[in-house]
Design a protein around this ligand. Structure first.
Ligand code: ADP
Length: 254
């Protein structure tokens, strides 16, 4: 089966700082991959590159068999133009640690904005889709309130609906519960779990919630120092870690 996402030898530098050093990673259609690892190990950067928010310094990324950041011209790899990036970006949804909702727009408008502007849906079509997504995340009674009137958990569920409404092939969840009060974490993870159970979409879940990763992921990746140190099914990673690096890392969560 062709992978939906394929990173090949991806390196990323910020100035002199090399945060990713030749990462290879494939995600199959519908596969849920959890990415764990210490802060600063490049997890967010990896997700942001898929969302076309960061450009790899070298290496290639493919999305559904097409090059994301590059195209081939007469066999040679060249940087893709903005139109290509725009088209590719529509296949990926991303939810961030800090929600990033539009504060001056109602919940409904936050969710209909991209389907209208990017997909060109009519107001009615966009609202129909948005309401069904907001129902899925349990917020269809908050359509006309503003983000400031919502709890952190509710804001994050709106952000999830906003990403899902575009029907992406891949969703990236980047530490989506890290900024939440502990009592609000559960409701957000539950929503993600339900979406994961539906099965169709591939997911890259960057998380510090080890129990959640164990439950939801088909495969867990442990990244450190710019590379993937260990990967495998959740049971292998959490119950039988091989590398000392991973063993040390997991001790902090026991
Ligand atoms: P993680 O998600 O694993 O915590 P990140 O991908 O956020 O790691 O960051 C990896 C490293 O890259 C960190 O040292 C961070 O400070 C650095 N970094 C991230 N974004 C930038 C940027 N835009 N400019 C410079 N350094 C950055």
């Amino acid at each position: 089966m062709q992978p939906i996402v394929k990173y090949t030898n991806v390196t990323k530098k910020y100035g002199d700082l090399e945060v990713l050093s030749g990462v290879n990673l494939e995600i199959k259609p519908g596969e849920k991959v959890a990415m764990i690892g210490p802060s600063g190990s490049g997890k967010t950067t990896l997700g942001r590159m898929l969302m076309t928010l960061e450009e790899p310094t070298s290496g290639t990324i493919e999305l559904d068999g097409e090059l994301l950041w590059h195209t081939r011209v007469k066999g040679r790899l060249v940087r893709a133009n903005e139109a290509h990036l725009h088209r590719m970006r529509m296949n990926v949804g991303m939810v961030f640690q800090h929600f990033n909702l539009f504060p001056h727009m109602t919940v409904l408008r936050n969710v209909t904005e991209a389907p209208r502007k990017v997909l060109g849906l009519s107001k009615e079509e966009a609202e129909e889709r948005a309401v069904s997504m907001l129902r899925k995340v349990g917020l269809d009674e908050k359509l006309i309130v503003y983000p400031a009137q919502l709890s952190g958990g509710q804001k994050q569920r709106v952000a999830i609906a906003r990403a899902l409404v575009m029907r992406p092939k891949v969703m990236v969840f980047d530490e989506v519960t890290s900024a939440l009060d502990p009592e609000l974490v559960g409701e957000v993870l539950e929503v993600i779990r339900e979406i994961a159970d539906e099965g169709e979409m591939a997911m890259l879940l960057i998380t510090h919630e080890m129990d959640f990763a164990r439950d939801v992921a088909d495969r867990v990746i442990f990244g450190a120092d710019g590379t993937i140190v260990e990967e495998g099914p959740p049971e292998a990673i959490f119950d039988d870690p091989q590398s000392e690096r991973l063993q040390m890392f997991l001790k902090r969560f026991r």
